[in-house]
Design a protein around this ligand. Sequence first.
Ligand code: NDP
Ligand code: 8X3
Length: 251
Amino acid sequence: MSKTVLITGATSGIGRATAILFAVQGFKLVLCGRRQERLDALQSELSKQCEVHTLNFDVRDKDAVFKEIGSLPENFAQIDILINNAGNAHGLDPIDKGNVDDWDAMLDINVKGLLYVSKAIIPNMVEKKSGHIINIGSTAGKEVYPNGNVYCASKHAVDALTKGMRMDLNPYGIKIGGINPGAVETEFSNVRFKGDDNKADSVYDGFEPLKPEDIAEIIHFVVTRPYHVNIADLIVMPTAQASATILNRSL
Ligand code: NDP
Ligand code: 8X3
């Protein structure tokens, strides 16, 4: 029987590429996001390949998270694999000039949103004594870079939660892993720079960034290992990247 996968942030970038690849592989999909038209487009496209259900909620809205996940139809309600992917950076400012609304957004979405979605799904995994959770962290969760302050803090928190979940859910045989990408060309920088496309494009100038499909393939590899193999933590960067700030822009 195909496994059921719930992907947050499925309307764009890494989440969308993962949904498309997983559909080809015949998983059953629960796709989440806030942009209904994109959810509808994915549903109509991917339904040709697999069973798809969509949920529209903001991960910051605790009540909506529990209501939507709690009201999944019976044939989608048993989530085998949770991919906690929804998230973004908002702004790139020194700490003294940071916008507090940006700080709220990053901590509320990247950290608390991930927690709410996990809390809505973990009890069923505990009951079944099976499940797999993948948290999409970042190289920003492994190092800090200038002006990255709160985004880096949010992804360091994701890294800590990945480790904590692995410890706490170990008695139940639930797999927990973190995947931590470097620069991936998605809508990430458009969101970070609030729609300034020139600024967003310049992030990837002069080097070949990762594609969302690269991360989707890695997620697929991680979830298709035999039961006794848990890929606990993984960092993936473009070849041109050596750290958050060391980029070879001549490649
Ligand atoms: P995108 O901006 O392309 O996608 C972000 C996704 O998150 C969208 O589907 C968006 O959907 C969803 N999302 C954002 N805010 C919310 C919210 N409040 N509630 C529900 N869903 C939300 O970026 P990426 O694909 O690049 O990002 C995916 C993950 O990868 C993030 O966690 C990001 O931090 C991480 N990452 C990205 C890297 C990169 O360089 N691109 C590198 C390392 C990590 P919608 O707007 O429809 O709600
Ligand atoms: C995204 C990668 O370097 O912009 O998490 O923080 S970075």
